[in-house]
Design a protein around this ligand. Structure first.
Ligand code: AMP
Length: 288
């Protein structure tokens, strides 16, 4: 576990079990507030490495019975190494708090960007979707399903690259799962209906995300939960006339939002889809 600048050095240090304490960090400005605590900009004193320090209150974790979920999140995220997945460098705790040492995503929340712009250009949407597809291919290759891909769980790095940031609902899977989790709008039919699901749930969510990037709202949004539920089950997919979106994008979304999970477009095929090939920046970075 370590936070040096160079990856090579990082791997060497990571085999050494370093016990971090709050004294190892200079604490800077608050970056945000989550459900269970606060996130601060921080600098590791020895290496000068800038990180985001997430401070969670044990009492709140206990009250909400999410200790087990946090443990799983830490276990999974700390082993992942991908440019579009937020690094978790390590953790430590004291009597009242748990601290997560996270990669700092300098450009903040994607969700806020989407709110600001209402919807993204096709270039921007395709660049993000391709980055996420690559990150999900990596995750699925490690038998990890994310299960909660949505704008609120995505951060933007210093160069404009997308980072999957929240692994609270992710699972290491060798079996098919039946657990209901995540936010309703992004749930695929098989999770809404609590039948078995596998890695293809993330393809569905990526389809929802692609729609929301291009139209500014998720496709099955409705006033009542029960209506969203019904629309998901029926795959009641409609493309409004405005904003104007290329038919190639609609084709891609329609191939991801397929009720039968085994027939959803595989992620490597998504990367070859004409809309992605024509619009996504090959660097994976949206420069604005
Ligand atoms: P969370 O508890 O994960 O919801 O985080 C609360 C807020 O802190 C987020 O909405 C972000 O604005 C900010 N934040 C969390 N993690 C990071 C990070 N690694 N880099 C930059 N900002 C972050």
């Amino acid at each position: 576990m370590g936070i040096p600048a160079e990856a090579q050095q990082e791997e060497k240090v990571s085999t050494v079990e370093k016990r971090w304490t709050l004294n190892d960090f200079d604490i800077g400005k608050p970056l945000g507030r989550g459900k269970f605590g606060h996130v601060y900009l921080a600098r590791e004193k020895k290496s000068n490495h800038i990180v985001a320090l997430k401070v969670l209150f044990k009492s709140q974790l206990k009250q909400s019975q999410v200790e087990h979920q946090l443990r799983r999140e830490v276990e999974i995220q700390s082993h992942l190494r991908h440019p579009n997945i937020l690094r978790l460098y390590g953790y430590f705790y004291d009597q009242t708090r748990v601290y997560l040492i996270l990669e700092y995503a300098a450009k903040g929340e994607l969700y806020k960007e989407l709110q600001k712009c209402k919807y993204f250009s096709e270039r921007r949407a395709a660049t993000y979707i391709a980055s996420l597809a690559r990150a999900l291919i990596y995750l699925h290759g490690k038998h990890v399903i994310h299960r909660d891909i949505k704008p609120e769980n995505l951060l933007i790095g210093v160069q404009g690259e997308l980072k999957i940031a929240d692994f609270g609902w992710s699972v290491h899977t060798f079996n098919r799962r039946r657990t209901m989790c995540g936010t309703l709008d992004y749930l695929p039919p098989e999770m809404v209906e609590s039948v078995e699901h596998d890695a293809s749930v993330d393809i569905w969510s990526l389809g929802i995300l692609c729609y929301e990037f291009l139209y500014g709202v998720p496709p099955f949004e409705a006033k009542e939960h029960s209506d969203t539920y019904r629309r998901i089950i029926k795959v009641d997919l409609k493309f409004p006339p405005k904003p104007l979106v290329a038919s190639a994008a609609k084709d891609l979304i329609s191939q991801m939002l397929v009720k039968e999970s085994s027939r959803r477009l595989p992620l490597h095929k998504l990367l070859e889809h004409p809309w992605i090939v024509q619009n996504a920046d090959p660097s994976g970075i949206y420069r604005g």
